[in-house]
Design a protein around this ligand. Structure first.
Ligand code: FES
Length: 367
């Protein structure tokens, strides 16, 4: 039971400045201070970001918007960025990144989570996350921003790629952006048109904003486009600046279109699935070990633990079979293949087990 409500606990934030300085200087242990703070309220911490779930709302058949209220350690966070959310499931800490659909000054955030066929954490959030639960979030990342000086803006989203673009769009329209803005959202089924009522409301209130949907898995209605992304869909649309977000193949197609005829404005994009492997099994790759300041030749057949050791590095390890987690390391860039399952992991910032991971092209590791 919290000693004080969250709204009051958040007011302690500025008063924690001196404690942060003492912990930063090594005079106090941050972990000890965090233990005391969490007694005041379960989300309070010195620097780490914890948040309480305040609301759940379905915004499509397969997407849930989650309202959170953080402890105040979210300075500088912006809509359009993404955060990694952590939760313990069956005793194992799991993490997954989601886009920030809104960020309010009073510490309220909104994330949107889409159901995934194999998405253990995402599906758990959709089905079982309760209002009142407490979650931990990593610092926000991502560079998408609204092109304020653009004479027109085209937004292209596929699937859950709508979430960062909606965050930026909401903010831009609320701040009075008046140049033409067009959003095309690609979905398989009509019921997956996330935030469709809100988007139609924005279109009604802002004459400079247009939204259209493209449907690939069923017959489109008269006012809808048919099929996956194709250049014909963009004919006649003003596109001085472009923001695109979706799976890697979608974003690659959009980039090819944009680069074929430069338009003077800016292209920004974000892909949320991994690119196709850049090396076949057994091919030469480059391995970059960031903390060791080494860049070395490697291959895409052997595990990264053995390859690092062959070059004289000594990563911590235990079982060498992918069980003990002793060799877990952060993948900063590139993709790796799990040698046991063939599953692919794509950076940045995801933990991998060196002893059962082989690179799928050049990789960068925090080692
Ligand atoms: S050494 Fe045990 S998981 Fe890699």
């Amino acid at each position: 039971m919290p000693l004080v409500p969250l709204s009051l606990a958040r007011r302690f934030g500025p008063a924690l400045g001196p404690l942060r300085a003492l912990a930063g200087g090594g005079w106090l242990q941050e972990a000890d201070l965090d233990c005391l703070l969490r007694l005041v309220h379960p989300v309070l911490r010195l620097n780490r970001v914890f948040a309480r779930v305040e609301s759940r709302r379905w915004v499509a058949d397969d997407m849930l918007a989650i309202g959170l209220r953080t402890n105040g350690n979210t300075r500088g966070w912006r809509p359009g960025q993404h955060v990694r959310l952590h939760l313990e499931l069956d005793g194992v800490r799991q993490g997954r990144s989601y886009s920030l659909v809104s960020v309010q000054e009073d510490g309220r955030l909104e994330l949107a989570v889409k159901r995934q066929p194999q998405g253990r954490l995402s599906n758990w959030l959709l089905d079982r996350l309760e209002v009142g639960s407490v979650l931990e979030l990593d610092p926000a990342q991502g560079d998408l921003d609204w092109p304020q000086d653009a004479s027109s803006v085209l937004l292209l989203a596929a699937g859950s790629g709508i979430t960062p673009l909606l965050g930026l769009l909401r903010q831009a329209l609320a701040r009075g952006f008046t140049a033409p803005v067009t959003l095309l959202h690609y979905v398989r089924h009509r019921a997956q048109r996330a935030f469709s009522e809100e988007l139609q409301g924005l279109m009604a209130r802002h004459p400079n904003f247009q939204v259209r949907w493209a449907i690939s898995g069923e017959a489109p209605a008269v006012d809808e486009l048919a099929g996956r992304f194709q250049v014909d869909h963009l004919a006649g649309l003003p596109a001085h600046s472009l923001l695109a977000c979706g799976p890697h193949g979608f974003v690659a197609g959009v980039r090819d279109w944009w680069q074929a005829a430069p338009r003077g404005g800016r292209l920004q994009w974000e892909a949320f699935t991994a690119p196709a492997p850049t090396a076949g099994v057994g091919e030469a790759v480059r391995l970059r070990f960031v903390r060791s300041h080494r860049e070395l030749p490697g291959n895409s057949a052997a595990n990264l633990l053995e390859q690092a050791e062959a070059h004289g590095l000594r990563p911590p390890h235990g079982c060498r079979q992918g069980i003990c987690t002793g060799c877990t390391c952060q993948l900063l860039a590139g993709s790796v293949r799990d040698l046991r399952t063939g599953a692919m992991t794509h950076g940045p910032g995801l933990p991998i087990r060196l002893c059962v991971s082989a690179p799928l092209g050049d990789v960068e590791l925090e080692l």
